[in-house]
Write a protein that binds this ligand. Structure first.
Ligand SMILES: [Fe+2]
Ligand SMILES: [Fe+2]
Length: 239
């Protein structure tokens, strides 16, 4: 990921205002009751357990959730939205593998970096904080964060390289493998646990989609500005 993308990412920093807000948005209020481990979680590949919600207490939707629902748009729930985003990135990696020239590879790598950076950011801002509130065992989430950070470092390295450099393609292949492993853990281990939680996944899906759109717009605008500035600097140097 380019330096500007890295600085945009709130990877491992202190929790932002958005993250704090999201803790209230994604998770339905549970009346303060924290129940024992959900024994069904023991069937999961890891022993992460779910803090069962106080089913007896009526779920009170947060202000953000209440405002998210009335639009009644047929939006995807959070997990479906993120899975679709995973498929988009996999498609970009496939196109990268099939590309035969450096220009196309470079362009695809920029799209992969943008897609991964935005995807990681919305998970870190919205999904993971809500999941931390619901799951007693944070191992999966901690590993996921470390995997995000490793991928970001590798993206930053790749973006400093030219496609013609010897290790360029190998680094993109390793990035693809990192992402494949990470996506497998999210979809096979984390998401099934979250389905059992008392999370409003529909409201969260809408929040993820909105934030995703906002970040993609911002990141595209920043790249256009950088390209214009680069072109102008080039013209000045040539002039
Ligand atoms: Fe992730
Ligand atoms: Fe993901």
């Amino acid at each position: 990921m380019p330096p500007e993308a890295a600085s945009r990412t709130t990877a491992s920093g202190a929790m932002s205002g958005r993250q704090r807000q999201t803790r209230q948005t994604g998770a339905r209020q549970t009346g303060g009751a924290k129940a024992a481990r959900d024994t069904s979680a023991s069937r999961a590949p890891r022993s992460a357990s779910v803090k069962a919600a106080a089913k007896a207490a009526p779920a009170t939707r947060s202000a953000a959730s209440r405002t998210a629902r009335p639009s009644a748009r047929r939006s995807k729930d959070a997990l479906a939205f993120l899975k679709q985003d995973h498929r988009t990135v996999e498609g970009l990696f496939k196109q990268f593998e099939e590309a035969t020239d450096g220009r196309t590879r470079s362009s695809l790598m920029r799209r992969i970096a943008q897609a991964l950076t935005v995807h990681a950011q919305i998970e870190e801002e919205i999904l993971y904080p809500a999941a931390r509130q619901e799951l007693e065992d944070h191992d999966l989430l901690n590993e996921a964060q470390v995997e995000h950070d490793s991928a970001k470092k590798l993206i930053a390295e790749i973006e400093q390289m030219r496609p013609s450099e010897q290790l360029y393609k190998a680094k993109v292949t390793v990035l693809k493998e990192y992402v494949k492993h990470h996506v497998k853990e999210e979809e096979r281990e984390l998401f099934p646990l979250l389905k059992k939680c008392d999370l409003d996944l529909e409201a969260m899906g809408e929040e993820l989609a909105n934030r995703h759109q906002e970040l993609m717009k911002g990141s595209s605008a920043a790249r256009s500005r950088a390209r214009r500035t680069g072109a102008e600097t080039g013209m000045q140097l040539r002039g």
